[in-house]
Design a protein around this ligand. Sequence first.
Ligand SMILES: Nc1ncnc2c1ncn2[C@@H]1O[C@H](COP(=O)(O)OP(=O)(O)OP(=O)(O)O)[C@@H](O)[C@H]1O
Ligand SMILES: [Mg+2]
Length: 351
Amino acid sequence: MARVGIGVDLGSSTLRTVRLKTIRNGLVVLDYGNFPVPSEDVNEDKRLKMMGRELRKRARKRGHLAVSLNSQSVIMRLASFPKMKKSEIESVLKWEWDKYVPIPRDEAILDYHVVDEPILGESEGMQVLLIAAKKSDVVELLRITRLGGLRVKTVDVDSLAAFRALDFLGYLDSGIGQAHTVIDLGLNSSRVSIFAKDVPVMTRGISTGGMDLTRHLAGQGYDLEEAESLKCYKGLSEDGKVRSVLLEALEDLFFEIGKSLEFFLLKNREYRTPNVYLVGGGSLLKGIHEELREYLDRQLVQRLSLDYGILVPQFKWGSNVRFAKGKRHRDMVSSDYLTAIGLALWKEADR
Ligand SMILES: Nc1ncnc2c1ncn2[C@@H]1O[C@H](COP(=O)(O)OP(=O)(O)OP(=O)(O)O)[C@@H](O)[C@H]1O
Ligand SMILES: [Mg+2]
């Protein structure tokens, strides 16, 4: 029987849903859609009800349902333990909680995975990936989905979901020394997650998001709506005022991305090819891939004597993604949907 998964990516500005089934050579998107999250000016009750209503319409269908949690509110840490049985890990965590998780124990939800072979450095002992979230964040998420009448099976971290989608769709090159950096360009912030051998080894939040670009443009005499559409329509594609203002607004973001990569590469010299993948709404900015690649090449490649330039590939939907008959707008499903797709693939990954 075909496996059907539903992914609900509940972002700060946009709620995206994807329903898909996996087939032998890829996946078929059954339906997808997005809904602008009502602004915080709207009364809280009304806001939640509006989101609930949308969810009811879009995601209350048959399938394994997974919802995203923003990686900025999640702690992911690769911890080193002496070799021990899985059952013993629990007691170490119990006694040494504060050493590993910076959220009080009774306010946290913790998940952990033993990593098969050491990822970074040491070969003695074992490495355990700890993933902790605040209970209150998860409760809030479930409150919204409950209003939509949904029965959530999985709560997952958005960056892990995006990585899963990239992997499933065959975008990740798994050669020796490859590290994969997923950068989620969201509304008010961006998140950098570096993966080594499929494990997130470093995550970092950056305080620049798409809204900062819009505000920067608005500072040039446009109103916010005009600035938003100029940004989306023109992006960095044409020389002129829009491009130069946007580039200026991107400076901090590029600098922080560069610093994160540099930190990782200096500490882990066996990883020589740090491919960078942009996801989230901000990744739709025209020309951002080329601009980021040039920046990183200029700043890092020679200085760190990397083997190759840094790849910042743009996504093209390959033959392994199909659309259910009669669905149009196939080009609307793009890098801003990768998190929702990865969520819908959760069950597949768990098999
Ligand atoms: N074509 C485009 N060109 C440039 N920017 C775009 C484009 N489409 C969307 N964006 C920007 O993407 C940003 C929102 O990104 P996204 O939808 O990934 O955020 P979110 O998932 O709601 O938020 P978060 O993940 O931060 O909680 C907005 O600032 C929006 O202007
Ligand atoms: Mg998002």
